[in-house]
Ligand binder design. Structure first.
Ligand code: NAP
Length: 411
């Protein structure tokens, strides 16, 4: 901590020592990042400010896109390490996004350094609009230092791959429904990767889909499907959704809770098959379906995934049910893997970069929910274990790890 403060002191000589020492006792503090908005009072823009938690590739893409829109909202970057404020200052307080070879910089972000193990909490400034774009497994630790600033008037948009994060946040951070923030969820097909601390390449031009969060097990109780997606979002949360919708670069759409749940589950299916198998076999997306034993493994995974999802959402007349039959899922997975055949998905990228993957919120989610429902998921369980242990195998070894799959079996 002391080294971090010394480094900040060197970068910001106008901050005096006693000020730095007092900062060390706080949970969060503001640092200048060549921020034109620092001069404005918090009260004037607090309710309008959009906070970004998880200033990685997608966090920067969203911050940049929001800042670029007409009548842009104030955007605050929540930095979990003081050095990031130094990096931000070096970048001129700007985020650079390179798209189709041309670079665009957006500047003027407010930054706040959030100390992960701060003493008492001297900042109680309420966060009204928060977008969470950490990796799934970092969500609870990232939200812990902020929980006193999130109230039932706050909105949190979870924009992450995988499922189960929101339920974990409820259980571990906001167990009391009366003080719990409103949850929104979203998925994105944009693709981005970093080239420098505050520069990213927007490599895959995609879309974002956002709406009110609906747990899978509540889908049956929804009854009537609301036609106007924004109307299905609680009034307090519409501002955040509207800001995202009016950022052209995000190509965002608001959908009903049912539609969003379907999209999230379909993405989960892709992430639970294509992603871990590219890791286990060290192959690109498009190199899986042409290999008969791997195709059988995909089918086995889908049998379990389909059973769990259908049990979760099952109710009489559920229109989603047929979408999650095994044949429908197999077609869906093959279509996506073929369309993005040369792509290196995020799990493979994480493994190659030596980072922890989101597997616990993908295949791990299927295994855990299956256990609650009495559905065994041995293939998904094995996949979780292999990805975590870094097992890379060839097709000829497949039956050593998945005993019921023979090298040539195919249906
Ligand atoms: N990148 C893509 O193309 C893409 C596309 C679609 C969906 N997604 C999904 O979007 C989500 C974010 O992905 P990403 O690629 O943007 O990940 P990322 O680049 O790793 O960004 C996550 C950021 O969260 C930060 N973080 C870690 N712990 C934190 C904490 N306690 N408090 C605050 N911040 C913390 C990380 O910092 P450190 O670097 O210090 O760990 C990192 O800057 C994931 O769920 C991913 O699957 C990504």
């Amino acid at each position: 901590m002391w080294n971090q403060l010394q480094s900040i002191a060197l970068r910001f000589p106008r901050l005096r020592l006693h000020k730095l020492l007092s900062l060390s006792a706080k949970t969060s503090f503001h640092l200048p990042c060549r921020d034109r908005r620092l001069s404005s009072t918090h009260a004037s823009h607090d309710k309008k400010s959009i906070y970004i938690l998880g200033v990685g590739s997608i966090g920067k893409l969203f911050a940049h896109s929001l800042a670029k829109s007409s009548s842009a909202p104030p955007v605050t970057l929540l930095l979990h390490r003081p050095e990031l404020a130094v990096d931000c200052d070096k970048a001129g307080g700007c985020i650079e996004v390179v798209k189709n070879g041309s670079a665009d910089k957006q500047c003027g972000f407010q930054t706040e350094v959030i100390l992960q193990k701060g003493g008492d909490t001297s900042t109680h400034e309420i966060i009204t609009n928060l977008i969470v774009v950490t990796k799934a497994q970092a969500t609870v630790p990232a939200l812990q230092p902020l929980k006193h600033r999130l109230t039932n008037e706050s909105t949190i948009l979870f924009l992450q791959n995988g499922l189960g994060v929101t339920e974990e946040v409820t259980a571990r951070i906001f167990p009391n429904p009366s003080s719990r923030p409103q949850y929104l969820a979203g998925i994105t097909t944009h693709g981005a990767y970093p080239t420098a601390p505050f520069s990213i390449v927007h490599a895959g031009i995609g879309t974002a889909t956002v709406g009110a969060f609906l747990p899978p097990e509540d889908s049956g109780q929804q009854g009537i499907i609301v036609e106007d997606p924004v109307a299905s979002i609680p009034a307090n949360s519409r501002y955040l959704i509207q800001q995202i919708l009016k950022a052209p670069a995000l190509a965002a759409t608001a959908v009903t809770p049912e539609q969003l749940l379907r999209a999230r589950l379909e993405k989960l299916v892709i992430n639970a098959t294509v992603n871990p198998l590219t890791v286990i076999f060290n192959r690109h997306n498009g190199q899986l379906f042409g290999r008969p034993p791997i195709r059988v493994l995909i089918q086995r995974l889908l049998t379990e995934v389909s059973a769990v999802i259908r049990a979760l959402i099952n109710y009489k007349g559920n229109t989603m049910d047929s979408r999650f039959s095994e044949p429908a899922l197999e077609k869906h997975v093959e279509r996506v893997a073929t369309f993005n055949s040369k792509g290196i998905n995020s799990m493979l990228q994480d493994v190659r970069a030596g980072k922890e993957t989101e597997i616990d919120y993908i295949n791990g989610y299927i295994v855990a929910r299956g256990a609650e429902l009495g559905i065994q998921c041995p293939h998904n369980r094995k996949v979780v274990e292999m990805v975590k242990n870094g097992h890379v195998i060839s097709e000829s070894q497949i039956s050593d790890f998945f005993p019921h799959i023979e090298g040539t079996e195919y249906h």
